[in-house]
Design a protein around this ligand. Structure first.
Ligand SMILES: C[S@@+](CC[C@H](N)C(=O)[O-])C[C@H]1O[C@@H](n2cnc3c(N)ncnc32)[C@H](O)[C@@H]1O
Length: 384
């Protein structure tokens, strides 16, 4: 009997004595020497019922003067060129592009097996599909045979399973700390007969396997920045559609208290030296809470979603509350972009809004590429 099995037996023995129920560690998958196992312990044989938490935005009206002051400072101190070129035109906005033709043919969910499609309630399906399509289209240029793609905070694999289905020669690793979500993903892959997907049950910060491309769709708050960090460590491509930016307000504290998270890994906000030199921590936090648009609701094209079109985002021009909050969101993403570009990370970056913008209020997507071949592939793709 190997020592792992021995350990499991010991755990079981003690848990029986203590009237705990242990579900045997499930080795979900073995890939590149990654062995994934996890003890799930429920007290008194009963599964603890988790209360469904409703996500509420971190936006606070008493912070309005603070973030307005922060925006004013950014407006005067940031190079205007940075703001003017912040957003590139999403290739899906043009019906003549290669990306758009993929949606109508290869990626048309109506013609694909059910398990490739977004596993969400019907009322959210259309918008989830739109988010997935954006992630997929902007990831494709970086794929090559035998490449390894990590889907950080994968949930049940919405954005990576369709890619794995269409690109059987690429390998996908789904990483999430929620076992239930990974089990759903695993079942979907089994039914589809996918051989190119493996699973890592654990925290992003604990993952240390090699990869070429790191993607993350709505990895909550700090999780987005942890995914960035992992990509930077390996000079990998980073494709990220961030969410819950208000959670970075819980900031350093919560993150530093995480298991295994060491001081040297801790993320300080603001991230870029440019922002650090302009804003106080307090101002940055007010910016992040104001830019937080929680929940699953879509947005009205005429309100906040409309503001980040590259052609009408020429300066930090404050019109009304929702306009300034949307700009706060863009500024938090700009801080991430500048950090990626700064010495040491040295990435070329692009930012797009998802198309259509109404598919989620958290509709910015950031791409960072460092290796020459990755940059070239992406530039070529944008011209197609
Ligand atoms: C909003 S869900 C997004 C899931 C999926 N990407 C999607 O868009 O459908 C966020 C996911 O991030 C995971 N998560 C958050 N922080 C994490 C961390 N530090 N390590 C691993 N997973 C994390 C959660 O378990 C959850 O499944």
């Amino acid at each position: 009997m190997n020592s792992a099995t021995n350990n499991h037996r010991n755990v079981n023995y003690y848990c029986n004595k203590l009237n705990l129920y242990v579900k045997y560690p499930k080795i979900m998958s073995i890939h590149n020497n990654i062995i994934i196992n996890q003890n799930v312990i429920h007290v008194n044989n009963k599964k603890r019922k988790k209360k469904k938490k409703k996500y509420t935005s971190y936006y606070r009206t008493d912070e309005i003067p603070v973030y307005l002051e922060a925006l004013k400072k950014l407006n005067t101190k940031l190079d205007n060129k940075i703001i003017q070129t912040l957003y590139s035109k999403n290739p899906l906005r043009n019906k003549k592009t290669y990306g758009f033709s993929l949606i109508n043919n290869k990626f048309n969910f109506h013609n694909l097996p059910n398990d490739v499609d977004a596993a969400v309630p019907d009322d959210r399906k259309k918008r989830k599909r739109e988010q997935i399509i954006n992630m997929m289209i902007l990831t494709i240029p970086f794929l090559f045979d035998d490449c390894i793609v990590c889907d950080f905070a994968s949930g049940s694999g919405h954005q990576s399973i369709p890619l794995a289905y269409h690109f059987p020669k690429c390998n996908f690793i789904l990483i999430d700390m929620k076992q239930k979500s990974l089990q759903i993903a695993e079942e979907r892959c089994k039914r589809l007969g996918l051989k190119n997907v493996t699973f890592y049950h654990g925290k992003i910060e604990e993952y240390d396997g090699k990869f070429d491309v790191g993607m993350s769709l709505h990895a909550c708050g700090v999780a987005t920045d942890l995914a960035f960090l992992k990509c930077f460590e390996q000079s990998a491509v980073c494709i990220s559609c961030p969410c819950c930016i208000g959670k970075v307000v819980l900031k350093d504290n919560k993150y530093k208290n995480n298991v295994k998270t060491s001081e040297e890994n801790a993320i300080e906000y603001p991230k870029s030296t440019v922002f650090q030199n302009i804003l106080t921590k307090n101002e940055y936090h007010a910016l992040a809470s104001a830019g937080d648009f929680g929940g699953h609701d879509g947005i009205d094209e005429t309100t906040i979603g409309n503001l980040t079109r590259s052609e009408n985002f020429k300066s930090i021009e404050l019109k009304d509350n929702s306009n300034s909050r949307r700009i706060c969101k863009s500024m938090v993403e700009l801080d991430r972009i500048l950090h990626a570009r700064e010495e040491g990370n040295d990435y070329q970056t692009w930012m797009f809004t998802l198309e259509p913008k109404s598919c989620t209020p958290k509709n910015d997507i950031i791409i960072c590429a460092k290796k020459l071949e990755d940059k070239e592939r992406f530039k070529k793709f944008l011209l197609l």
